[in-house]
Design a protein around this ligand. Structure first.
Ligand SMILES: [Zn+2]
Length: 307
């Protein structure tokens, strides 16, 4: 059996795990990514996670083949470098993550964007296994898409394609962290949904997705109105993706994917009602299988494919 290390760098946590050649996670740990608004640089947190998981693997006497890294932002996956960060993280853009981790651990390393890693993982051992043209569509603090065309992840010329969260849907719309206005994720990310519910219901307290789902279950009509708009935004985006890419399947990831009756079923109904029929006749909409570990698992598969 061959063993690899997977590292998943997200906005709130840096996760690291020991992963087998079959995609099984046999040990994992998580540390917070953001300490006091990044007073500890994110790179230092990543290095700490890498060393901790390498030590854990050494204790088990595993011979590690290499490290796969999944990171948010725009990644030049050939260089393993962060070439854009959508304005979120101080001192992150320009980091050569591949070189930093290789020098630290003495292990070969590959870096790929988080949405692409999630897609690669679903294609490898998740719910996208049976398809060759797939879009893995993740709704979280932002919105990401991993696009697989004829079994290959679509990267674009610098490896940064597929940023549907920054597809502009309103040319003078809401301000986005990337510096533009009217980006899709300002209307339809979980962050946007929470903000819109708070505004619409004039709530003072902090709320989260869980609160919204519970109120929805309890038939809160005011919240349902906001959620219906949220679902229509996603249906519109998915229909547009169907019309452009004509995939066999769209796989929905992120926290919403657990809400099958409440969100996924009505979303699918809108998509099927509004898309041109030929695009949905042989089309499947599913939820993701891998949830929290998808980033690490996909990063390792990306490493294996590149070596
Ligand atoms: Zn944007």
């Amino acid at each position: 059996m061959k063993y690899y290390l997977g590292i998943d760098i997200g906005g709130t946590a840096v996760k690291a795990g020991i992963i087998t050649e079959n995609g099984e996670v046999i040990e994992k740990r998580s540390l917070s990514a953001n300490i006091n608004n990044y007073q500890v640089p994110l790179l230092e947190r990543v290095k700490k996670a890498a060393l901790e998981i390498k030590t854990a693997a050494q204790k088990k006497e595993f011979e590690i083949q290499g490290i796969g890294v999944s990171a948010a932002g725009q990644i030049d996956s050939n260089k393993g470098m962060i070439i854009g960060d959508n304005g979120h993280i101080p001192d992150w853009k320009g980091t050569n993550l591949k070189r930093e981790i290789e020098e630290l651990t003495d292990l070969k390393t590959e870096v790929e964007n988080d949405a692409n890693c999630a897609a690669i993982a679903e294609k490898w051992i998740g719910n996208a296994r049976d398809y060759k043209d797939i879009i893995i569509y993740t709704i979280g603090t932002g919105i990401g898409a991993g696009i697989i065309i004829d079994n290959q992840i679509f990267n674009g010329s610098r490896g940064i394609g597929g940023e549907i969260g920054h597809m502009i849907i309103e040319h003078q719309g809401r301000k986005c962290s990337c510096g533009n206005r009217g980006c899709f994720e300002q209307y339809a990310s979980m962050t946007a949904l929470v903000r819109d519910v708070k505004k619409e219901l004039k709530l003072d307290q902090e709320i989260d997705g869980k609160y919204i789902f519970e109120e929805l279950k309890a038939k809160n009509d005011e919240i349902k109105k906001v959620v219906d708009q949220f679902l229509n935004y996603h249906a519109t985006a998915i229909i547009s993706l169907l019309h452009i890419f004509n995939p066999e399947a769209v796989i929905i990831g992120g926290g919403v994917s657990a809400q099958k009756e409440l969100l996924i079923k009505p979303l699918e109904e809108i998509v099927r009602a509004k898309a041109m029929p030929a695009y949905t006749e042989e089309f499947t909409l599913k939820t993701a299988a891998l949830s929290n570990d998808a980033g690490m698992i996909g990063a390792v598969k990306n490493f294996i494919e590149r070596h």
